[in-house]
Design a protein around this ligand. Structure first.
Ligand SMILES: [Zn+2]
Ligand SMILES: [Zn+2]
Length: 342
């Protein structure tokens, strides 16, 4: 639970109940921690009130069903996405669930979230996905946020096409997922850039052809060398700081696309004095999670396997330790931690 900047705890609270007709209560079986949770704990997300249970990525079992819920029953195993969708507002009707006027990213942000034994989930029919038989929690856990984020904000917004050169700047959880998912579109070359050699090794295992440790080598040189001097067709920004965004603008070829995924807290200088004539496209997006169904089919068909993104597993009783490991990811060689209720 978040108790204001720098303060967190794992404590006993009253169990949540159904409050609205369209709610369900889910017993959380597997959850994880997101970089966004760390931002909240630092105090970077002021609209999260002190006393909020964090977490917006989990899988669980439906325990209690509101009278207005039609498609879910007690005992159903469900994927609970980061984004909640009312299904009826103008944004939801356009598939832009992240901007849902009643939902969007509310779990573990403006209402209690999923890092708990039980959680109340609003708009259950239009937000939750049933877990297909034969899949474990771990197989589908990352569908709740990092996979659709990498796919929608990175691969789809970047419009990765067969034969493209794709550069992913940042090999954290979302960057690694972008490496893996960009391969669905048969790029000629995937290049991953990061400071951490161990993360780059993971990127190679997940499908990066070339990796650049950018304190040792200049990514601009490496990308030019591999593209006859042109630059990359698609550059996916998966860090969220000014330096990495500006690097992306140096890596992109004329006619290319920069897909921003990173969460930016500071203004970035956009060098339009160089870029104005380069025919580039820059995209931004918040994940809508509208591709979960598609990605779920790929997991069920064993076309993609996100489980290597999980590096550590904890029992829920050791949640504080899970935060320690995830919060010091480089020291522990952590990508995503999995937290289970036995
Ligand atoms: Zn997240
Ligand atoms: Zn809506």
């Amino acid at each position: 639970m978040y108790h204001g900047p720098g303060k967190k705890s794992w404590e006993t609270v009253p169990d949540p109940r159904v409050e609205q007709d369209t709610d369900v209560v889910v017993r959380i079986t597997t959850t994880t921690i997101c970089g966004t949770d760390l931002h909240i704990l630092k105090g970077d997300v002021p609209d999260t009130p002190a006393g909020t249970i964090l977490g917006h990525e989990a899988v669980g079992v439906v325990e209690e069903v509101g009278p207005g819920v039609r498609n879910l029953r007690k005992g159903d195993r469900v994927i609970i996405p980061a984004i909640t969708a009312c299904g009826t507002c103008d944004y939801c009707k356009r598939g832009m669930y992240s901007h849902c006027v009643k939902g969007g990213w509310i779990l573990g942000h403006t209402i209690n979230g999923l890092q708990a034994q039980y959680a109340r989930v609003p708009f259950a029919d239009t937000s939750l996905y049933k877990v297909p038989d034969g899949l474990r929690d771990e197989d589908v856990l990352f569908l709740t946020d990092i996979l659709p984020t990498a796919y929608e904000c990175g691969v789809l917004n970047g419009n990765v096409k067969p034969g493209d050169t794709v550069v992913v700047v940042g090999a954290g959880p979302v960057g690694l997922a972008a490496v893996m998912l960009s391969r669905l579109y048969s790029p000629a070359l995937v290049i991953a850039v990061d400071l951490d050699a161990r993360r780059l090794e993971r990127a190679r295992r997940l499908g990066a052809d070339v990796t650049v440790q950018n304190d040792r080598e200049d990514p601009v040189d490496v990308v030019r060398r591999h593209t006859k001097g042109r630059g990359a067709d698609v550059v996916i920004e998966a860090v969220g700081i000014p330096a990495t965004f500006e690097l992306c603008t140096e890596l992109v070829a004329p006619g290319g696309r920069i897909a921003n995924v990173g969460v930016h807290g500071k203004p970035v200088t956009l060098h339009l004095e160089k870029l104005w004539a380069h025919n580039i496209t820059i995209t931004t997006r918040l994940v809508d999670t509208e591709t979960i169904g598609q990605l779920l089919e790929l997991i069920a068909a064993r076309r993609i396997d996100p489980t290597p993104l999980a590096t550590h597993t904890f029992h829920m009783d050791d949640f504080m330790q899970a935060y320690e490991v995830f919060g010091n990811a480089a020291a522990h060689d952590a990508v995503k931690v999995v937290v289970k209720q036995g």
